[in-house]
Design a protein around this ligand. Sequence first.
Ligand code: GLN
Length: 191
Amino acid sequence: MAVKIGVLALQGAFAEHSQYLQRCGAEVVEVRLPAHLDGLDGLILPGGESTTIGKLLRRYQFEEPLRQFSKPIWGTCAGMILLAQEVINGLPDQLMLQRIDLRVTRNAFGRQVDSFTADLEVSNLSQPLPAVFIRAPLAEPLNDQVEVMARYRGQVAAARQGNIWVSSFHPELSGDLRMHQAFVDGCVGSR
Ligand code: GLN
């Protein structure tokens, strides 16, 4: 049976993630309600606007189910912010699912640098990844449980802690399937 991966589809760049996952051989479920998490082998929280996604997660009562979800989760950009233990530059009611021990700074590049692409060395990939940063966060680890997979200007741009994966860039816009393939393989491995 194909590995079944959910993509949170409340707001943001979920359609692109779905396409990349399908190209990696996964069956994709667009997750709009907590019940859609049942039976998944993994989940992506996409980029978008973390404050908006956070409000929608509260409205649809996703908070507890996402704190309990035991399969791999990959948060990209806004998704990384949502998974963090601490958020700098968040709104007062910023939702923090606290699934990874990172202190994440929202909009780490300020207003001058809105978006850009950089070739990034990622620890599990043999060649650099063209990483697309869009109003991106950066992070610092809070302890050594966090495995840093990529840094940009000294700060964390991709990391893992157990089965929680994060990246501050948009891998679904890179034209490069390797990180999605690694995540799909990780989901197959933890079935
Ligand atoms: N700056 C956005 C936020 O705080 C994240 C941007 C993105 O996901 N591309 O949610």
